[in-house]
Ligand binder design. Sequence first.
Ligand SMILES: [Zn+2]
Length: 419
Amino acid sequence: MRNTARQTRDNRTITVDFRNEATYFQLLGDGKAFLECVLAFVLALGFQLKHKATCRGGGCLTRHSHYVRVRLGGVTIWRIQCTTCRAVFTILPHFILRYRQMRPEVARDALLATHGGLSLELCAMICHLSPMALYRLICALGQQSLVTALTRCGLPLPTYFLADEKHSRCLTDKVYLPTIVTGRVLWHLGYTEEASAAAFTQSYQEFQRAAVDQEPTYRVKGVLTDGFDSTTKSMRTLFPGARLGTCLRHALLKLPKKLVAIASPVRKALRSQFHTLLYRARQRKGLRVFALGQRLRRFADHVATTAGTANGERVRRWFQDKKTGWYAVLEDPQMPVTSTLLDQAHNAIDRKLFMMKGFHHPQGSQQAFLRGLAHLYNLVPYQRRAKHAGQCGVEVEGGTVPTRDWFLNLQILTSGGFR
Ligand SMILES: [Zn+2]
């Protein structure tokens, strides 16, 4: 039995699109029509309300006590209650932000400017806000998990993904952002102060728990990393049985660094030959793993003859170290080959991290702030000249967003009242 004293009050707020304010105020006077409107909206989204665990949610709802929101010029907010489990849902009309005095238009502009890379201070200035109010708004969005928001959009949990950590700074301390990406969406953006396998495991575990919560049979088939030890170890711990591959593009970038004290044209020639080798290995199906092993040996010999035995030996040892990760990529056609999209996500977040610095203090909500930024990354549509103009990351990956309005989507998808 659950200890009722320990139970925290669930957030069962839901944002409902009433189209315009006049409609909302009209509906306030008609309980039956109000309820019908709310239920029709939830039904249209294909969502279900988060009743208490024991309730099957027959849809029998009644209008509960209402309260007047003085802070926003006295707008009345209704709550509806399930007659079976007595769960109470707070219905927020689309033009009101939960617990915030900020008007949605103002929040929308400020968040867009933030997402575009403008500092919190400048976003706040152009939108006539305090930077702290904007920081808190982003943190509030970050209360909801990325897995929940993404699966609400109909995206399947990823069976193959990219996992990598961004090294950053918080004031003068080194910090790390363990990240999980598939295509254009962020499934996890964590925050740790240590680079240990234990710290990373704890961070990635948040994703794993949220995923298993959605789908108890969730299994990961393949993960691509850049080979960082703590990331690899935490993936092995959390997803035993998953194939762990190493990014082929990173391999290509690393090779020149293994070639010391040789003329630049020789280094360039070797890099281009290595590129061809990896490219051909990817083209070949079936025997490609065997072929790669043989080719890597030959390539190391080739390095020894053209760039000296010391370089040849260094490259040979590096191949020895990395080849299992490369084989893993080549063995499974569904494995991601490069982590380019993850790097892009990190670069987009990087510009915002700089402005985060001013808000760092030991009790800060770095994790919630980052998760809020990740929701923006997934839901703000690309600009009109971009490759996927007008679509957001979720849509590019085949998901469906509730409405055509990204800000409303953000409000709806981060609401706590949906199951
Ligand atoms: Zn119920």
